[in-house]
Design a protein around this ligand. Structure first.
Ligand SMILES: *Cc1c(COP(=O)(O)O)cnc(C)c1O
Length: 371
């Protein structure tokens, strides 16, 4: 008898999420010192100084349980986002919120829908519940951005068993986004018995004028859940804090399945401070805008076809298997992200860093691609 025979049947064939390679791991493996990590869409400016100060002030309280209701952070979010605190669910990263939605709404026999090339966590949290995950082919480029979500095709696949549709806007790793009109049309056509989870992990980075403000739609769609995170532009990936905004009824259900203290005290304090530091946010946005241009122009000049991205990362096409290039970049001390597990074996994804980090990546890439 093996442990795997005892495990829940849903776990068979489930592969864990593959994160970006940690800096310390590459340092350990190759004995390198100067390492540039552009692999996990982290903010290259680091956390807001205000968030760091809040963490320091909270350190002496580490013997106390955190506020399990997250009162102060929810109040600050509600104020900033113009919603009610009872519409907000806090999570240990927004990944936890995706999992809570799956645990609250998916059962064996039901199904969740997501797009090809979409964020990997949707398939994992779905499969873990025993529900069926349905992957819908992405755009081929004829009717929408290549590799982007095809909402019309997704709408056609919704049936009586579809309890949840996961939508990444923008999507990681493709950087593609859905426009206001098309997303609203999709939600309008969705049966009320199907939840739409719109994952907006990169919301704050998007500057396209036709990018939707979904929070203003919550009153129209009681089946809408919007998730966001402090891991990306707010620079707090290491603390694990994200949030969902939904109807109070959905928030109350998510509250039933979460652990009592799912967001730790340092994360609560840091997130509240980070939210108030709009200057840091503006700085991060400026650096990202310049870096996206720098990387996109350089990759285009090298005929590496970066996918147009509205996030803080770019995926580009090497026109050959990307794994050896990824390995060679590691030996030059540069960590990017292979995305073969997203169905893109010839692409790599690079996070937008500072101008210096982007230049270091490009220099390493040139050395690696030298004939
Ligand atoms: C990074 C990311 C998340 C969430 O990350 P957390 O750190 O768990 O908040 C969610 N969705 C997408 C598409 C992401 O890229």
């Amino acid at each position: 008898m093996q442990a795997s025979d005892l495990a829940a049947p849903a776990l068979r064939g489930l592969t864990p999420y593959q994160p970006g390679k940690p800096i310390a791991e590459l340092a350990r493996e190759l004995g390198l010192r100067d390492i540039v990590k552009l692999a996990s869409n982290e903010n290259p400016l680091g956390p807001s100084p205000a968030a760091l100060a809040a963490v320091e002030r909270t350190l002496a309280e580490l013997h106390r349980y955190p506020d399990g209701s997250g009162y102060a952070l929810k109040a600050a979010l509600a104020e900033t986002l113009a919603v009610e605190p009872n519409q907000i669910t806090l999570g240990n990263g927004s990944s936890e919120l995706l999992e809570l939605v799956a645990r609250a709404f998916l059962t064996p026999g039901s199904a969740a829908l997501f797009s090809e090339h979409a964020f990997a966590v949707y398939a994992i949290v779905t499969q873990a519940t025993g529900a069926r995950g349905v992957t819908v082919p992405a755009h081929d480029g004829s009717r929408g951005p290549r590799y982007g979500h095809d909402l019309e095709a997704m709408a056609e696949r919704v049936d009586g068993a579809t309890r949840v549709v996961f939508i990444a806007n923008p999507n990681n790793p493709t950087g593609t986004y859905l426009k206001t009109a098309e997303l609203r049309r999709f939600l309008t056509g969705l049966p009320e018995s199907t939840l739409a989870v719109v994952d907006e992990a990169y919301f704050e980075y998007v500057e396209a004028p036709d990018y939707p403000n979904t929070l203003t739609w919550l009153a129209d769609f009681p089946n809408l859940v919007v998730t966001r995170t402090f891991s990306k532009i707010y620079g707090l990936a290491g603390l694990r804090v994200g949030y969902a905004v939904s109807s109070p009824a959905i928030a109350e259900l998510l509250d039933r399945v979460r652990q009592p203290f799912n967001v730790n005290g340092l994360a609560l304090a840091a997130a509240e401070a980070a939210l108030a530091d709009q200057e840091h946010l503006a700085r991060a946005l400026r650096v990202n805008r310049a870096g996206l241009r720098q990387l996109s122009e350089a990759l285009t000049a090298r005929q590496l076809n970066p996918l147009p991205s509205v996030g803080n990362f770019l995926s580009f096409d090497l026109g050959r298997p990307a794994a050896p290039i990824y390995d060679a970049l590691l030996r030059h001390g540069v960590i990017v992200r292979p995305i073969a597990n997203y169905g893109l074996p010839q692409h790599l994804r690079v996070t937008v860093g500072t101008a210096e980090q982007n230049a270091a990546f490009l220099a390493a890439l040139d050395r690696v691609l030298e004939p």
